[in-house]
Design a protein around this ligand. Sequence first.
Ligand SMILES: NC(=O)c1ccc[n+]([C@@H]2O[C@H](COP(=O)([O-])OP(=O)(O)OC[C@H]3O[C@@H](n4cnc5c(N)ncnc54)[C@H](O)[C@@H]3O)[C@@H](O)[C@H]2O)c1
Ligand SMILES: N[C@@H](CCC(=O)O)C(=O)O
Length: 429
Amino acid sequence: MVLSSLPSLETASPAHICPFDQACSYLEAAAKELHLNQGVIEILSHPRKAITVSIPVKLDNGEVQVLVGHRVQHSDILGPYKGGTRYHPSVTLREVSALAMLMTWKCALLGIPYGGGKGGIAIDPTHYSVGELERITRRYTSELIKDIGPEVDIPAPDVGTSAREMAWMMDTYSMNVGHAVPGVVTGKPLSIGGSRGREMATGRGVMIIVREALATQGKSVKGAQVVIQGFGNVGGAAALLLQEAGAKILAVSDAHGGIFSPAGLDIPALKAYYAQNRRSLAGFPGSLPVTNAQLLALPCDVLIPAALENQITEENCDRVQAEMVVEAANGPVTLAADLALEARGVTILPDILANAGGVVVSYLEWVQGLSYLFWDEERVNREMEQLMVNAYQKVVQQSKQRQITLRLAAYTIGVGRVAQALTDRGLYP
Ligand SMILES: NC(=O)c1ccc[n+]([C@@H]2O[C@H](COP(=O)([O-])OP(=O)(O)OC[C@H]3O[C@@H](n4cnc5c(N)ncnc54)[C@H](O)[C@@H]3O)[C@@H](O)[C@H]2O)c1
Ligand SMILES: N[C@@H](CCC(=O)O)C(=O)O
């Protein structure tokens, strides 16, 4: 299926801003800066493959529901397609296509031998039982059997999925091919070949980028005032690790709203409270309630959107008071808001750099699996930190040399590497 043939309904996103158009705009800006030829831009603007599948599932009450799932394979020029699997009601083919393209640039920027892909199912996973989610995941995986594999396309967790879904995907794939294939997914449980450090990896990468970016400005993470939108895998881990590094976490939120404490939230205590309080932040002792809109406008040193795309837009960016925005989520700042914030001197650490810790440790998991080795967590964290710091330094250097924003610098490195490989490989046939 080609993107231009998608029904117009597919362009709807929560804020009515098409994530795929935005991703293409960033590609065009990088291509312009790099003087890439039009043929290369055309190729990179289109996903190589976009697969849409129907997922019939028998619900616990006996009814049958047919869900829609996608897997978009943007580019495999540098290696197998790589990227997460999202379960969220707002999933559309265009959203998944945008996220797949971001994965291509992210992997290229970090220098790991992968292309970019992404998958998703348009569901709210909280509305399904564990048994239903398992049947949905297994059917989705079996529909993609010919399109995924450890040397072809390697899914991982994203919003609404975790190690549990990766285990079901790995098992379904393995049963279909007739032998165990741990390398078909990353972010697996340790018991079936997952890597130590993967669960916290994206948050750890975010912490490293915050620390490095503050240091570049002559500041310290110790005492830095941080606000985080999203308290899931990424936001929760970033909150914990930033607090351990000495930052004060002023506020956090999830889809239902947030909490704020001028004295700083005790994150380990909050995590325990959240788990016991049926995953609700409300009423955490010593905190005040805030809406997500209020949270994004809190004065702070570092604002970390770690939920979904299009959270900081043209409409609300004037209210952002943070000096630095670190994109832990993919695409949380729209193009218009990005330009307005940059014009005001707000430093923005782009998603393809800031949240790359997850895919880096996915890569380390895959490498350990392929070589039948298991590293301790210290080694995994050390290898990841090296790749993250190296990428950060390259982005800063590129930004200074070319006098461009950190986002454009990151894109020129990522896009530039893919374009170079495409040129060297040539066009088939
Ligand atoms: N999981 C990974 O390894 C990984 C790696 C890199 C980037 N990311 C990106 O990070 C972001 C978060 O992913 P995750 O894995 O933490 O997902 P998750 O499902 O674990 O958590 C998402 C969090 O966002 C909250 N949320 C949802 N809608 C919200 C809203 N409108 N306002 C405020 N909060 C809202 C949810 O309640 C939840 O706390 C996504 O953009 C994802 O693509 C994830
Ligand atoms: N979903 C994550 C992780 C991808 C992976 O580990 O393959 C991302 O957006 O980077």
